[in-house]
Each structure stands twice: as structure tokens, then as C-alpha cells.
Ligand binder design. Structure first.
Ligand code: G6P
Length: 364
């Protein structure tokens, strides 16, 4: 059946708006009778290492997942972009699972990396949106993300569904490895069940974002900062923005600011700070203050408590719902997506079909 825009101006807007529904479906499938419901052969008890491989937005989903698997499950994770992985010929130790994340399931570099791992006797896990795709078919375990068809070249709902599938996997790994009490698991599941509602609430920032975006559209360069699992979100926010608005943007770990990018700061460079009020908040705020001391224009995206504490003196602020730390990277995908979308609208670029980019890259 032909996919329609359903009253939205762009597929990207429709796909951003669909997230509460598709995430709710994905979570309902991933949880049954109050416990995790993943493919039966997905048993992490003997796994010693994960190697995760992907391209583009799916790569940033893997970088977030590394924080989750290591922290919650105590499982070491390596992450690579597929084009580097396949030629590096990394040694694959026994009891390594190789995880390939891909919306299309057809990305040439990711598929080639999968085939390299097949030859090394690693268990192959595919986290894919298109269930009939090559990567799904060639995986030992295929975990569908259930985002539905994604048309916009800039990935949105597939990213948050990839993250949700990987979050469920990380919890399963923690459970299999004896890292979670029943009460802790129940709390994670309850938090996950509340996520679609939080995403719905986060979507209400759109009018504020649209106002700020008119100003961002004037910028030549924009920096995104985040710490911990929000660091990959900073990179994803920058990727999304450059893909569709053609503004140069970079995502940095907040703590790395002083090792280079601070040289770029002046009164013309907007700095988007993704900072939920988590355990690392104070540290991110002190990095943000280094920007402000150099007259940088800080756009602070945080929850009400975070803005109350640190919003003074920022150029602009956007208020997000508060969210459990574990799920913050999923929720903060929403402002990253909306900033890119509304900045592109302000610039008048072709949001769904940005120049030089393809939805699925089946050549090397
Ligand atoms: C292309 C798309 C990106 C996507 C990347 C990986 O570059 O424009 O949006 O993130 O490919 O695609 P995949 O289908 O493997 O997730």
C-alpha cells in the first residue's frame, strides 16, 4: 500500500509524531506478563563481549547502547562504523556476539561486516526495521524494531525504536547475567511503559523549538554537547541538523569541549546542550558555563529542575519532561529531531529528500 503523509507537510514530521504509538507497540511486544519477552535464543548468560556495527543514525543508537550494556549488564561492548570495521579485520574472541543495527537491513557496509563475522563463528544478531531484509535473513537472531515504514531520509522513529529494542536487550543481558533483582527489573519495565507518554509530552515543545529554529537557521556552525549516554545524542542531533538544514554542526562530549571546540566559541556560534538533570548534570553545567564565559549562545535543553538550577544566563532554554536516567537518551531524541526539522523548515530546504543523501545506501 502506498504510504501517505496523513495530513502532515512532510514524512519526517509524520514519523516524528508517530513515535508515541510505535514505541508503545514495540514496548508491548518486548514485555509480556511483567517480564521481558525477547527471542528465546537471546540468552546472554555465556556472552563475554558484544561488538556492535552500524552506519549513520543506527551507529549512534549503538553508541548509546554501549553505555547501557556496560552499566546495567556489566557486558563489555565495542562499537564501530561498518566501513571501518570490515577492513580493520578485528579479532573476534569466542563468546562474542556481533550485533548489526540497520533500519533498512540492506546497507552495504553493514551487510559486509555481518558476512565477515559469519566467517568468524560469532553469533549474529540483527536489529532491523525491515523484517524481510538481507540483514534480518542472514542473522542468527533477528530482533525487529517495529517502527513501521520510514520514508524520510533522516531517520527519526527508527532511531527511537532501535534504542528501545537495544534497551530491552540490555535489560535481558543484565537479567541473564544476574545483575538485576526482580524489583529492579520491574522498575525498569514500569519506566519503559511510561516512555510513550513522556515522548508524547516532549512533542509539545514543537512551537518553542520552531521559534528558536528561526534563529538557529542564521548560524554558520552549531555545536551540540552532551555527557554519558547523551553524548551520542549530541552527535545524532548534529548529524540530523547537517543532513537536512545543511548547517555545519558537530556533536561533542561536554568534557572534550576544552580540548578543541572551545576555540570556535564566540557570540555567533549557538551551542545546544542536552542535559537532563542526571548524575552528571553538574559537570555538564560547568562545561556550559565555560561556553557562556566566552559569550557563546547556549540553548539549554533540560527538565524544569535542571533549568531552575542552571537556566539563568542561557541564550534560550527548552523545558523537557523529567525522565528516569536510563531512558533519557530516547526522550532527548525528540528535541534533536525537532531542532533539525524546524531549522530546515526555516531555511526552506527539502526535508524529506535532502541533497546528496539516500535512504538506503546499498553501494560501498
Ligand atoms: C543512510 C541514511 C541514514 C541511515 C544510514 C544507515 O545514510 O540516510 O539515515 O542512518 O544510511 O542506514 P540503515 O538502513 O543501515 O540504518
Amino acid at each position: 500500500a502506498q504510504i501517505e503523509k496523513g495530513g502532515f507537510k512532510h514524512f519526517m514530521a509524520k514519523e516524528i509524531a508517530e513515535q508515541p504509538v510505535v514505541l508503545a507497540e514495540a514496548i508491548q511486544r518486548g514485555v509480556a506478563n511483567g517480564t521481558l519477552n525477547l527471542p528465546e535464543d537471546m540468552d546472554f548468560s555465556k556472552v563475554e563481549r558484544l561488538t556492535m556495527v552500524a552506519c549513520g543514525t543506527a551507529y549512534y543508537a549503538c553508541v548509546v547502547a554501549k553505555y547501557w550494556f556496560e552499566k546495567v549488564a556489566g557486558l563489555p561492548v565495542e562499537v564501530d562504523v561498518a566501513s571501518e570495521f570490515r577492513y580493520r579485520e578485528p579479532p573476534i574472541t569466542p563468546n562474542t556476539w556481533a550485533v548489526f543495527v540497520s533500519q533498512s537491513g540492506e546497507t552495504a557496509d553493514t551487510l559486509a561486516a555481518l558476512r565477515f563475522c559469519q566467517g568468524k563463528a560469532a553469533k549474529i544478531v540483527g536489529v532491523v526495521n525491515v523484517p524481510t531484509s538481507s540483514i534480518a535473513r542472514e542473522s542468527d537472531i533477528a530482533l525487529p524494531i517495529r517502527a513501521g515504514v520510514e520514508v524520510g531520509v533522516a531517520s527519526t522513529k527508527a532511531f527511537t525504536c532501535q534504542l528501545t529494542a537495544l534497551a530491552l536487550m540490555a535489560l535481558k543481558a543484565a537479567q541473564d547475567r544476574g545483575r538485576l533483582t526482580a524489583a529492579e527489573l520491574a522498575q525498569y519495565i514500569a519506566d519503559l511503559s511510561a516512555l510513550p507518554g513522556l515522548v508524547n509530552q516532549a512533542l509539545l515543545i514543537a512551537p518553542e523549538v520552531s521559534r528558536v529554529a528561526k534563529e538557529l537557521a542564521e548560524a554558520q556552525d552549531i555545536l551540540f554537547l552532551g555527557r554519558g549516554p547523551l553524548f551520542p545524542l549530541a552527535m545524532e542531533g548534529a548529524l540530523k541538523l547537517k543532513e537536512i538544514s545543511y548547517i555545519h554542526a558537530e556533536g561533542y562530549a561536554s568534557g572534550e569541549l576544552k580540548h578543541g571546540p572551545i576555540a570556535l566559541i564566540d557570540a555567533h556560534v549557538p551551542v545546544v546542550v542536552l542535559a537532563p538533570r542526571d548524575a552528571l548534570f553538574e559537570k555538564t553545567v560547568s562545561n556550559m558555563q565555560e561556553v557562556m564565559a566566552r559569550h557563546g549562545k547556549v540553548l539549554l535543553i533540560s527538565d524544569a529542575a535542571g533549568l531552575e538550577e542552571a537556566g539563568m544566563g542561557c541564550w534560550r532554554t527548552i523545558t523537557m519532561p523529567s525522565v528516569p536516567d536510563f531512558l533519557a537518551p530516547i526522550l532527548y531524541a525528540v528535541p534533536a529531531q525537532l531542532l533539525a526539522y524546524h531549522t530546515a523548515i526555516a531555511k526552506g530546504t527539502d526535508v524529506d529528500q535532502p541533497r546528496n543523501l539516500a535512504k538506503s545506501v546499498t553501494v560501498e
